[in-house]
Design a protein around this ligand. Structure first.
Ligand code: CO
Length: 400
C-alpha cells in the first residue's frame, strides 16, 4: 500500500459552492490520477465564499496538480507559506479544503476512517450540545425538556430574538443591544432554568464578545451558582490577556476560539492555563493537520476541546470535527446545530445525532460524499448580513 500511495498524484483541485439550506457552503474536491479516488474537505467561509473559492482554484490548484497525495504534512506547509503572508481566514479555509481532502484520500487508500489514522478511538461516543432559544422562560424550559426526551444532555441556552426589545432605540441599520439588560436577563434565565430542570442537565452560554472586560468578569462570577459547563466568548480574541484575570477571579469554565486563525492566538491562553475549553473552527485554522496539533497541545495543559459546529460548516467539516473528537483524549464536547435535510441530501453519509451523541457511518476517510449535480441546484448568494452589525444603545458598533 505504501508504495502505491507514493505514486498517486493530484489531477485536479476544485471548489464547490452550494447553499442547499440557504447558508453558503464551500467544499474542496481533490481528484487524483487514480480513477474514482478523490477526497473532500471543508473550506466554508460563508460570508466570503467567492474569495476562498478563488484562492483554491487560482492559487492552490496550480501549486498542487502533479504532486503526490501522500505527504500531507509537507503539502500543508507548502500551501501555508506559498503566498508569504499567512494565517488569515480566507487562505486558511482554502488550505483546509485541500488538507481535509488529502486526509479523506489517505483514509480511502488505507480503508480506514480518519479517526483510525489519528490513533483510533479514545471513546465510544461523542457527546453533543444543542442550542435552545425561546421568547419566554417557560418556552425555553419546554425546549430543553423536549431535547432531554430525545436524549440530549447538554444545552446552550439563550433568550430568543432580544434585538426586538431595542429596535426602536436607534436609527442606524443593525441590531441594538443593551449589555446591562442582557446580563440581568441572562442571570434570570439561568436561575429559572436551574430551578425547573435541576443540576443534572449541562448548560452553556455564549456571550458573543459583547461585554466590556470587567463586566464580563463580574458576569462570569455571578453565573457561578448555576454551574455552567462553559461560558463562551466572554471577551473578543483581541482582549485575550484578560482571560488570565478572569481565570483568577472565577470558577465558571471559560471557552474561546472560534475566531482564531493564528497559533499565536491560542498558545499563551493554553500554556498559561487561562481557559478550560478550546473552541477553534478547524477550517479556520487550515484543516485537520493544525487542529490535531492544537488538540495535542491543549491535552498537555489540561484544556479540553469543544470544536465550533455552527450551521455555516459543511457536513464534511462536521464529520472532521467528530473524527477529531473520537481520537482526542482531551475531548470535552461537540457543538451541534444539526444538518438540514436539504444539506444531507447533497452530502450522502452526513453525520447524525442519536441519543445526544454524534454518529459516523464508519466508512473510509470522512465517510461523507457529495452529489455534485444536486449541489448545483442550490447556488450561493451573498447578501450583507445584519448579525455582525450589532450596536449598543447610543449607536456604537460592537463585535461581532
Ligand atoms: Co460562539
Amino acid at each position: 500500500m505504501g508504495e502505491g500511495l507514493l505514486i498517486i498524484t493530484i489531477r485536479d483541485v476544485r471548489a464547490i459552492c452550494t447553499a442547499p439550506a440557504g447558508t453558503n457552503l464551500v467544499v474542496v474536491k481533490v481528484e487524483t490520477d487514480e480513477p474514482e479516488l478523490y477526497g473532500l474537505g471543508c473550506a466554508t467561509f460563508t460570508y466570503r465564499h467567492l474569495a476562498v473559492s478563488c484562492v483554491v482554484e487560482e492559487y492552490l490548484k496550480p501549486l498542487l496538480v502533479g504532486r503526490g497525495v501522500a505527504d500531507i504534512e509537507d503539502l500543508w506547509h507548502l500551501m501555508n507559506c506559498n503566498a508569504y503572508w499567512r494565517n488569515g481566514p480566507i487562505g486558511n479555509n482554502a488550505i483546509s479544503g485541500v488538507d481535509m481532502a488529502l486526509w479523506d484520500i489517505k483514509g480511502k487508500l488505507a480503508k480506514m476512517p480518519v479517526y483510525s489514522l489519528l490513533g483510533g478511538k479514545a471513546r465510544q461516543a461523542v457527546m453533543a450540545y444543542v442550542h435552545v432559544y425561546g421568547e419566554t422562560l417557560p418556552e425555553i424550559v419546554d425546549n430543553i425538556l423536549q431535547g432531554l426526551a430525545e436524549g440530549v444532555r447538554c444545552f446552550r441556552i439563550h433568550w430568543g430574538n432580544t434585538s426586538k426589545l431595542y429596535e426602536s432605540a436607534g436609527k442606524l441599520a443593525g441590531v441594538y443591544f443593551d449589555p446591562d439588560l442582557y446580563m440581568r436577563q441572562t442571570l434570570e434565565l439561568f436561575s429559572y432554568v436551574r430551578d425547573k430542570v435541576g443540576y443534572e442537565v449541562k448548560l452553556c452560554h455564549d456571550v458573543h464578545e459583547r461585554l466590556a472586560p470587567i463586566d464580563a468578569i463580574r458576569f462570569a462570577k455571578e453565573l457561578e451558582p448555576f454551574r455552567l459547563f462553559f461560558l463562551e466568548d466572554a471577551l473578543p480574541p483581541e482582549q485575550s490577556e484578560w482571560y488570565g484575570v478572569m481565570r483568577q477571579q472565577t470558577t465558571t469554565p471559560i471557552a474561546i476560539g472560534e475566531l482564531f486563525n493564528n497559533p499565536k492566538e491560542w498558545t499563551q491562553l493554553i500554556t498559561g492555563r487561562s481557559i478550560d475549553f478550546i473552541r477553534a473552527h478547524p477550517s479556520q485554522l487550515g484543516g485537520v493537520t493544525p487542529t490535531r496539533k492544537l488538540a495535542i497541545l491543549a491535552e498537555q495543559f489540561g484544556v479540553r476541546t469543544a470544536w465550533h459546529g455552527p450551521e455555516d460548516i459543511s457536513p464534511v467539516g462536521h464529520a472532521a470535527n467528530i473524527h477529531l473528537d473520537l481520537a482526542s483524549h482531551n475531548f470535552g464536547i461537540q457543538e451541534w446545530r444539526g444538518i438540514d435535510a436539504a444539506v444531507a441530501e447533497v452530502f450522502p453519509g452526513s453525520p447524525t445525532l442519536r441519543d445526544g451523541c454524534l454518529q459516523l457511518n464508519e466508512q473510509p476517510g470522512w465517510g461523507v460524499d457529495i452529489d455534485e449535480r444536486h449541489a448545483k441546484k442550490f447556488p450561493c448568494t451573498h447578501s450583507t448580513t445584519l448579525w455582525t452589525q450589532k450596536r449598543i444603545l447610543d449607536g456604537t458598533l460592537i463585535y461581532p
